[in-house]
Ligand binder design. Structure first.
Ligand SMILES: [Mn+2]
Length: 430
């Protein structure tokens, strides 16, 4: 039995007060879904099994290019971060794993493993960092890392990634995510083809060090920190990388890393169709890589992404096994609250997508009935699935209302007293 951070009797009394209303709401929704030929318990079972990883860097307050305003009781190190992740996991029962960022989270791997398993947490994909310099680093990444003109700098970046794999092996991770900031700020600064070839060569060295049961995720991003050209800028380049590297290489889709108005769900479909969808960094955005809370700006887009995922899941698409991770930066909210609600939003999109009448949709598509086809999606999206999500939490030991339970428990005030404010050494935007 894993330890819990929020007292179990507090969660129990929180749930006891809300359970009668939830049961009525669940029964009522069950009746309505039954009329649509959907068994509510089957949807709930799938939701209970659905998990999304918490990024270790997400539990600290982020910042912008202009300033960072620290919050109270921020985690001082990776062990505090793991405790915050344990709270999120306990109350939502939707976040069974943590995704680490090296070197920000560097610590003795066995101690890390022990700290997480105390709370029943596992480790998702490891994340390398060659987009900033560390204090005692020999060669700088100011002008790039895996695509750098200098072979020694590329080698250093490759070795860092191999070290991330080594740490991950001890932790039980099964994937490495590589995102680089390499690119240029001025036309003519970099030869596009040469830079990409150097990147591919370096990635081949990393891929060669990947254990057989691991996957390599490459993450594209259109711009920032480079503002004229970026080496891994879009899903097309990302797909080329995954194809060039081999069967263990897949594309990671961060929802904030595309040009405005790009049809992300269609990119997702393409990657699924050709067996190269590795997983997601969920977040939301209005303008660029805003790293806002998942589902906070455009929940319909999140639903449409999940519509593609559920379609692949139900049709048994070959090799379909996407990793779900959050990747957000919290500037004005309590990061724990934002991450709990974001995990729930991702679950919500999944549950709604499970309600799509796919047979009817297929028929409307065949008949070119555009109006009814889109209404079929809307019917699923408009369904308030909150009773399903809350019931899943109740049954698995979480809180019916995670944010209310968290506030009732006074966790933030407690850690604020225990954790003196420190200047954060990490950013939040990846
Ligand atoms: Mn990301």
């Amino acid at each position: 039995m894993s330890e819990t951070i929020i007292r179990a009797d507090l969660v129990a009394s929180h749930n006891a007060a809300r359970k009668p209303d939830l049961e009525r709401d669940y029964a009522s929704l069950g009746e309505r879904l039954d009329r649509r030929g959907i068994a509510i318990d089957a949807i709930r079972d799938k939701v209970e099994k659905f998990g999304v990883a918490i990024p270790s860097w997400g539990v600290g307050t982020g910042g912008t290019r202009f300033a960072r305003f620290p919050g109270a009781g921020e985690p001082r190190d990776i062990f505090d971060k793991i405790e915050d992740c344990a709270v999120i996991s306990q109350l939502t029962q939707a976040t069974p794993t943590v995704s680490l960022h090296i070197p920000w989270d560097k610590a003795d791997a066995n101690r890390l493993k022990q700290a997480a398993s105390r709370f029943g947490l596992g480790f998702d994909a490891m994340n390398s960092n060659t987009f900033s310099d560390t204090k005692d680093q020999k060669l700088s990444y100011k002008f790039g890392s895996l695509s750098h003109a200098d072979a020694g700098t590329r080698r250093q970046a490759v070795e860092h990634n191999l070290e991330c794999i080594e740490i991950g092996r001890t932790l039980g991770s099964k994937a490495l995510t590589v995102w680089i900031g390499d690119g240029s700020n001025f036309p003519g600064q970099v030869n596009f083809a040469k830079a990409f070839e150097r990147y591919l060569d370096a990635m081949r060295d990393i891929y060669a060090g990947l254990p057989d049961d691991w996957r390599l995720f490459t993450e594209h991003k259109m711009y920032e920190p480079a503002f004229y050209s970026t080496v891994v800028q879009d899903w097309g380049t990302n797909y080329i990388i995954a194809k060039e590297l081999g069967d263990k290489a897949f594309c990671l889709v961060d929802l904030g890393h595309h040009a405005p108005n790009v049809n992300i769900e269609m990119i997702v479909s393409r990657l699924i169709q050709f067996g190269k969808l590795g997983g997601f960094h969920f977040n939301d955005s209005k303008y660029g890589d805003d790293d806002l809370d998942a589902g906070s700006i455009d929940p319909y887009r999140l639903f449409l992404v999940f519509n593609e995922l559920v379609d692949a899941e139900l049709s048994g698409a070959k090799g379909f096994n996407p990793a779900h991770m959050l990747d957000q930066s919290h500037n004005v909210t309590d990061p724990i609250e934002s991450l709990m609600l974001s995990a729930v939003e991702v679950q919500r999109a999944y549950a709604q997508a499970l309600l799509v009448d796919r047979k009817a949709l297929d028929g409307f598509q065949e008949e070119n009935d555009a109006l009814m086809a889109t209404q079929t999606l809307k019917a699923a999206y408009r369904t308030d699935v909150e009773p399903i999500l809350a019931m899943a939490r109740l049954r698995t030991g979480g809180a019916i209302d995670p944010v209310a339970a968290y506030r009732e428990a006074g966790y933030r005030a407690r850690v604020a007293a225990e954790r003196p404010a420190v200047a954060s050494g990490s950013g939040g935007i990846v």
